[in-house]
Design a binder for this molecule. Structure first.
Ligand SMILES: Cc1ncc(COP(=O)(O)O)c(C=O)c1O
Length: 324
């Protein structure tokens, strides 16, 4: 349509990002030097989603001129012809089919793609790209677009090609606001079959939380102190510790019953009324297993991330939030 409009409209001009080589030239003159300067020339690998090819080819040309060992890894989609064309020289129409990922992969050969500058193409599925787009937002607080998810997922697929200590640069092309109705919309994700509820783990429930020490109360503290801590933090339950080790628990219902029964309890040590400790679970415990552990008698589970050594508390309201 844009070509027709160009033909039909007097004095019209079409930028044509696909075949206008000013596209890759701009990246050669600007993005390439920017990456070179910001990595102090230490870059070893460049990972970029390929649409018009302007970004990867302009940047790769500049970097390879400065440092020939730099490798350029192009991220492609299933449904695009790039990878097969690079590997076999065959333009295979059978490779072409509709896909969801926007901005990368093509069904023709744009002039901005210089296959000699791209060392390898890695294909990423729509699902992996979509899931990674959300992960980038959750885990890195970077609200990026879907081709960023594809690039990051592709980078991880390529992880064994990078040596320890090498510097890898990945380009995120756009921001997440354009995908609020898609990758950042749970209904859309479910419709596409990209959200597998069964696949949720404890990690998904705590990933948005600030890294902060778990709020606990020492078993020698008074019941009043425990109640204060629960009110201040808006908690319905709290783990009880001795020398930093979890030895018991208190919950709102039982604390309330104990104080109503005997108001003197308020001044007694927590250990006089505490209940058994909440169970511990690994951060990769499935949501199904967690729901089995959460019962009226046991309102919380302590989830441990063994890598970061952080402990989180998960309650029924966390599960409700994750499922609704
Ligand atoms: C969202 C998005 N990601 C990635 C790309 C790919 O970049 P390039 O066209 O430079 O290959 C584009 C291209 O327009 C894009 O719009």
């Amino acid at each position: 349509m844009s070509s027709r409009l160009e033909r039909e409209t007097p004095n019209a001009w079409k930028a044509n990002q696909y075949d206008n080589l000013s596209n890759s030239q701009a990246h050669y003159e600007q993005t390439g030097p920017e990456i070179w300067e910001q990595t102090l020339g230490r870059i070893d690998h460049l990972v970029v989603g390929v649409g018009t090819g302007g970004t990867i080819c302009g940047v790769a040309k500049y970097l390879k001129e400065r440092k020939p060992s730099v490798k350029a890894w192009g991220i492609d989609t299933y449904g695009s012809i790039f990878k097969k064309y690079k590997e076999t020289g065959v333009f295979d129409k059978n490779e072409i089919y509709p896909y969801v990922t926007e901005g990368i992969g093509e069904d023709f050969l744009p002039q901005n793609v210089d296959f000699d500058l791209i060392d390898h193409f890695e294909k990423v599925t729509d699902r992996d790209a979509a899931i990674m787009t959300r992960r980038i937002a959750r885990e890195e607080a970077i609200f990026a677009g879907n081709s960023a998810g594809a690039a990051m997922a592709g980078l991880l697929q390529l992880a064994d090609r990078f040596k320890s200590g090498e510097v890898v640069v990945v380009v995120f092309h756009d921001h997440g606001t354009r995908y609020l109705g898609k990758m950042f919309n749970d209904d859309w994700m479910r419709e596409k079959g990209f959200l597998d509820r069964k696949g949720l783990t404890a990690r998904d429930l705590v990933v948005n939380r600030q890294e902060a020490p778990l709020v606990t109360v020492d078993r020698a503290a008074t019941v009043t102190r425990a109640a204060q801590l629960m009110v201040e933090n808006d908690y319905s339950q709290i783990p009880v510790t001795a020398d930093g080790r979890v030895v018991g628990s208190l919950n709102e219902t039982q604390l309330y019953a104990a104080i109503v029964r005997n108001p003197e309890t308020a001044h007694q040590p927590v250990e006089t009324i505490m209940q058994p400790a909440f169970p511990f679970a690994d951060i990769f415990t499935s949501l199904d297993a967690l729901t089995g552990m959460l019962t009226p008698e046991n309102p919380a589970v302590l989830v441990r991330d063994f890598k970061s050594e952080q402990t989180y508390i998960i309650t029924r309201s966390d599960v409700i939030k994750a499922l609704s």
